[in-house]
Design a binder for this molecule. Structure first.
Ligand code: ADP
Length: 485
């Protein structure tokens, strides 16, 4: 019922509008019919006064001729018993009159309409004073009364007498009562039925939208107005849908920030505890046994503290990176660039590190450089992590090869080493965070986050990474980015 309030309001407005229109129509018709009736009356009977003044002479030297008046009465009664006859002097004063019931209240009549009526060639539609009802105007016939070419006064005949007005009013009333009222009522019912039906259909979409909004309000965040339910309210429905999308994405964003916060707290307490307690332990020992420790021992301890701070710093960086990726806080800023150039740049930096570790690093480049569409910084991070791992896990004297190949699917990057390799059963989970292969678990600077970051970044680019590895033979990581067209 509450939802249909609008429907009832519009319906009530329609009903009131129809009633007002109906009443106005009836009033207008009555007025027009009355005016029409009066005009016809004046046009038909307008020359009565002229005819009469030809026949009789009601005024002789300003005096009333009783005989002439009697003649007027008898001829009037035969022609039209409903008219009222007034004899006016030249100033418009009523000298005498012939009217039933003798309720004449005016003593004079305004001569202006009388004169314009007389002067008009074709009988016009003019109303003059009604001597019985001061302030009311009626159609009349008028003619000058002449004697020896001198104006004696005027014969002023009210055509729509009181009786006639009364009769025509009843006639009009009964006519409208029978025909008008019936027709009007029928039209009103018809229009109302069509109107209500139309409003029902017009507000149907509005009700559907309202229903969807309610569903959304009650927690159904998937509620959207379907295309076929939008009707004429496309803009409203689209606005709601967009608003709902924004709200949902805002909620998601808030959730992801909350996840990031939780994730960070959990990871920080898990990962950072070890290096921090190592640093704490060695620094305490150094402080306590400062004098009893040899210089070499002190240097060893300080080296351990330094390694731990490095590890701590690496872990903090990777933790932030991974947590942000996990909470979907990183939006890749994609652009077109030559992948082989980026690989070469990264290679050059790691080649120095490899040489330091007496590892031979080589690169194979394709003949033609191809453009890819991706986030340069993120892809660089992938390359860094893969090359970093290769150097980290390949023993002294080992070999690392980085190759870029143009394939049908895109530009392929492969980072291959001849290190310890990863057993088949462990290959499936090394991309999960904190998961490490058993054989290399105790390696320094191992956080267990490098490959998890690689996987997340490539996922943002809809790309997967493969590992090809055999124990004691080596490991290769392969991925390819689609060519930018
Ligand atoms: P970590 O910081 O431990 O290197 P990663 O996520 O980068 O973390 O790697 C996960 C695990 O995968 C490593 O701990 C290691 O056991 C294994 N791994 C990664 N790269 C290589 C590689 N090139 N050779 C052998 N093992 C590797």
């Amino acid at each position: 019922m509450k939802g249909n309030k609008l429907y009832w309001k519009i319906s009530a407005t329609l009903l009131s509008l129809l009633v007002v229109l109906g009443v106005m129509y009836v009033m207008l018709s009555t007025y027009v019919a009355k005016a029409y009736f009066e005009e016809v009356n004046q046009r038909l009977n307008g020359n009565i006064a002229a005819m009469m003044s030809h026949e009789v002479q009601p005024l002789i030297n300003g005096e009333v001729d009783t005989l002439a008046i009697k003649k007027i009465i008898s001829s009037m009664m035969t022609v039209n018993p409903s008219v009222e006859v007034y004899v006016l002097d030249t100033e418009g004063e009523i000298v005498t009159y012939v009217a039933p019931y003798k309720r004449v209240k005016l003593t004079s009549v305004d001569l202006a309409p009388v004169k314009s009526f007389i002067l008009a060639e074709k009988k016009p539609f003019i109303k003059g004073d009604d001597p019985r009802h001061p302030g009311e105007y009626k159609v009349f016939s008028a003619a000058p009364i002449m004697a020896d070419d001198a104006l004696q006064g005027y014969l002023y005949i009210i055509l729509a007498s009181e009786e006639q007005t009364a009769v025509s009013a009843t006639l009009l009333g009964s006519y409208f009562l029978k025909l008008g009222v019936n027709t009007f009522l029928l039209t009103l019912i018809g229009a109302l039925a069509i109107g209500l039906l139309a409003i029902w259909f017009l507000t149907k979409n509005l009700r559907t939208i309202l229903f969807t909004v309610k569903r959304f309000k009650e927690g159904d965040y998937k509620a959207r107005v379907a295309d076929n339910e939008k009707g004429d309210l496309i803009e409203l429905a689209d606005t709601f849908n967009e608003m709902a999308d924004t709200i949902v994405s805002n909620i998601d964003q808030l959730k992801s920030v909350e996840n990031l916060r939780r994730e960070l707290i959990a990871n920080v307490s898990h990962d950072l505890r070890t290096p921090v307690s190592i640093i704490q332990g060695y620094v305490e020992t150094l402080l306590m046994k400062k004098d009893s420790l040899s210089v070499d021992k002190q240097a060893d301890y300080l080296k351990i503290v330094l390694d731990s701070t490095e590890k701590l710093s690496l872990q903090i960086t990777q933790l932030f990176e991974y947590s942000k990726l996990e909470a979907k806080q990183i939006e890749p800023q994609k652009e077109a660039f030559f992948l082989s150039e980026l690989v070469q740049d990264t290679y050059q930096k790691y080649d120095i590190l490899a040489t330091d570790k007496e590892i031979k690093m080589t690169i194979n480049l394709p003949k033609k450089s191809q453009l890819v569409f991706a986030d340069v910084q993120l892809v660089e991070r992938v390359l860094q992590n893969l090359m970093d791992n290769a150097i980290k896990y390949t023993p002294k004297g080992g070999k690392i090869n980085v190759s870029i190949k143009n394939t049908k699917k895109g530009v392929q990057v492969k980072v291959k080493d001849n290190g310890p390799g990863i057993p088949k059963q462990e290959q499936s989970y090394i991309f999960e965070r904190y998961r490490k292969a058993k054989a290399t678990r105790s390696k320094v600077n191992s956080t267990g986050l490098g490959l998890a970051i690689v996987k997340k970044i490539l996922e943002l680019h809809n790309v997967t990474i493969q590992v090809q590895s055999k124990v004691n033979e080596g490991t290769a990581f392969v991925f390819q980015l689609p060519v930018y067209t």
